[in-house]
Design a protein around this ligand. Structure first.
Ligand code: 13P
Length: 282
């Protein structure tokens, strides 16, 4: 089917008291695997572009990325949404909106609160004029390689500040800092579910959990019933894709084997994705 607005998919997740899973992708094999795995398990899914990946790799600029996601989404019957991950550059956000992204993340989490609110407000004004939703971030989801980031309470989202941020900025979804971090954890994270439920009680806005690689499933189950409606996964998916390439070239040194590689990689990625998507209780 045609792409479904991310806002509608977030509403479906909120109504079902669960989370949609959003995967970072960098090329067609990853996009194809995410969408067809979702079809296999009959669940909605989100495909995300991270602008820094587009800078490194010109096969995933917003226009080509959006065209690939739209075309693969036509092959399936489950709802697929297209989201722009962490972005601070308003002109890039406009470019993504023009390319067909139905939700964009403005990440002002490192800025002073008032500046974050003002900037998010501007992005919301632009995005809403095109019917596009905006995800903001409050508190700051740090980097897992800095062990202190995930445990630094100063970086965590405060419920009363979340209320102010949402009321004043008009953002449609909020990424919260509750103990997760981006990348490979040095220590198993321990999500602050109490804080999450307080944030959820303070605002009527879908909440987003970043830094999804390596969080134990029992914690995710708790997070999904306490307000998380969008769950972002990148690192573990990228690592699996890289490992798949490494193994394949080791096992198939003959250049002609290249032509069989996409099917091989997609098969392995889809096995992982199907298991991950089972966490969504749609
Ligand atoms: P991980 O790469 O840690 O899974 O986090 C992904 C993410 O939060 C993208 O915004």
């Amino acid at each position: 089917m045609s792409l479904v607005p991310v806002k509608d998919i977030l509403k479906m997740a909120s109504d079902a008291n669960t989370s949609v899973i959003a995967f970072n992708c960098i090329d067609y094999n990853m996009i194809y695997s995410v969408i067809h795995a979702a079809e296999k398990v009959n669940k909605p899914v989100l495909v995300m572009l991270y602008p820094e990946h587009a800078e490194l790799n010109n096969t995933c600029n917003p226009e080509t990325f959006a065209a690939a996601v739209k075309s693969v989404a036509e092959e399936v019957s489950v709802p697929v949404g297209l989201h722009l991950d962490h972005c601070q550059d308003v002109s890039y956000i406009i470019r993504a909106i023009k390319a067909g992204f139905s939700c964009v993340m403005y990440d002002g989490s490192m800025l002073p609160l008032e500046e974050n609110i003002e900037n998010t407000k501007l992005v919301v004004k632009i995005a809403h004029a095109f019917g596009v939703a905006v995800e903001g971030e409050l508190g700051h989801v740090g980097v897992a390689a800095n062990k202190s980031d995930q445990a630094n309470l100063d970086l965590y989202t405060k419920p009363e500040v979340a209320k102010k941020y949402i009321e004043e900025s008009g953002a449609d979804a909020l990424a919260v800092a509750i103990g997760s971090a981006h990348g490979v954890y040095k220590e198993t994270p321990k999500l602050d579910i109490q804080r999450l439920s307080e944030i959820n009680a303070a605002i009527d806005t879908p909440l987003v959990l970043h830094g999804g690689s390596g969080i134990p499933n029992d914690q995710l189950d708790m997070a999904f019933v306490n307000g998380i409606n969008k769950f972002n996964v990148g690192t573990e998916f990228f690592h699996l894709y890289h490992e798949t390439m490494r193994k394949y070239t080791e096992e198939h040194p003959d250049g002609a084997a290249l032509f069989d590689y996409p099917k091989y990689a997609q098969g392995i990625l889809m096995d992982y994705l199907v298991k991950k998507l089972e966490l969504s209780k749609f």
